[in-house]
Design a protein around this ligand. Structure first.
Ligand SMILES: [Fe+2]
Length: 363
């Protein structure tokens, strides 16, 4: 393979345009992101880690996903991108500073590559010690989360669980592409991404990939990007979801699940379960603008020596365990259309079941 233009180190943030901010601020307060900075035209949210922000939205006429930002290893990576795409290196005037280059991927997604951002002060979080059947590490210490059972409060006529997830960082985005091969090739060539899983459709052709950063012998997240070409002729738009890693482990994720569930204000998309590709425990929630955001924990870490794996759409949809996803999963829709679409169309597992039955008949 020819050398890529650069090899990015990690993802930093996602960028959106929104028509309003108050609903989004409310959603992220429940979801477990912290407001890092705001002014009249922009809102920035961060996790407990060192990224100055993990989500930024600017005020505009539409609710739309603009793109994703990645961290460059060296300033020379910005120079290489600038030369290749004939774009300027600009000073980043947003929180964190540094410099960046913005290029456009084959689906029109803005890809920002940043260097020299000043890290934020991480928020201290005490990790819980878990006892398992095989390993007992916690003795004479009771396992308590937040205010324990007092986290349950009666609000109006319902019980609400008050403890929320603590997001640490943005870990990946999932995007819908018009041409899977073009997208996978572009991210390999331009940002140096490696394919962790090549996802094959029923006809054996690739319908996308789970891609990770190439940091040599340093293990990185199994996927920083998931690009999928959904079946059908109607391109649903580029945004699938953003995956945010929670700070502690499964209890941090489950607290957020019960908080989001009991406040009963947002659409639940999928979870809680354990993915096959990447192995994370996951839980997906949709905001009021129709964009889906994931809490995840306990993902696989791979270094560059691990070869590409061949996977199927079944491996994406049918998790190791957990509920199956609705047909709306992975597609950005106005929330007033969700119930109708879910009622009228078969579920994703039903579609896969039909494909498998058809394949058996053919065999
Ligand atoms: Fe995800």
């Amino acid at each position: 393979m020819t050398e890529p233009i650069c090899k990015v180190a990690d993802i930093i943030y996602v960028r959106f345009e929104l028509t309003e901010f108050e609903e989004q601020k409310k959603y992220f307060d429940h979801f477990g992101l912290m407001l890092a900075y705001e002014d009249e035209n922009s809102i920035f949210f961060r996790g407990s880690g060192t990224a100055p922000y993990a989500y930024v939205a600017t005020k505009g006429k539409e609710n739309k996903y603009i793109g994703t930002a990645y961290k460059a290893n060296e300033y020379s990576d910005l120079e290489a991108l600038s030369k290749e795409f004939n774009v300027d290196i600009i000073e980043n005037t947003e929180p964190g500073g540094g410099h960046k280059v913005t290029v456009i991927d084959p689906d029109g997604i803005e890809v920002e590559v940043c260097h020299g951002m000043t890290p934020a002060e991480p928020v201290a979080v005490v990790s819980k010690v878990l006892n398992t059947g095989q390993s007992k590490q916690r003795e004479n210490e009771l396992q308590r989360f937040g205010k324990a059972a007092d986290e349950w409060q009666v609000e109006g006529d319902k019980w609400v669980y008050k403890l929320k997830s603590n997001v640490k960082r943005l870990g990946h985005t999932a995007i819908n592409c018009r041409d899977a091969k073009a997208s996978v090739d572009w991210y390999s060539r331009v940002l140096g991404f490696l394919v962790s899983d090549d996802v094959l459709g029923p006809d054996g052709n690739s319908i996308g990939a789970f891609m990770r950063c190439d940091q040599g012998d340093k293990p990185v997240d199994h996927h920083t990007l998931n690009n999928i070409q959904l079946p059908g002729d109607n391109y649903p738009g580029p945004y699938g979801h953003s995956g945010y890693e929670v700070t502690d482990s499964v209890d941090d994720l489950m607290a957020g699940h019960y908080h989001m569930k009991t406040i009963d204000e947002y659409y639940h998309e999928w979870g809680v379960g354990r993915h096959l590709l990447g192995s994370q425990m996951y839980d997906y929630w949709r905001d009021t603008h129709g964009f889906t955001h994931e809490h995840w924990t306990d993902g696989d870490l791979l270094d560059a020596s691990i070869p590409e794996n061949k996977a199927s759409f079944r491996d994406v949809v049918m998790a190791q365990y957990g509920p199956t996803p609705p047909i709306t999963f992975g597609v950005t829709l106005p929330v007033d259309q969700i119930d109708k679409v879910r009622a009228e169309q078969p579920t994703l597992p039903d579609l896969i079941k039909e494909m498998e039955i058809a394949a058996k008949k053919e065999a």
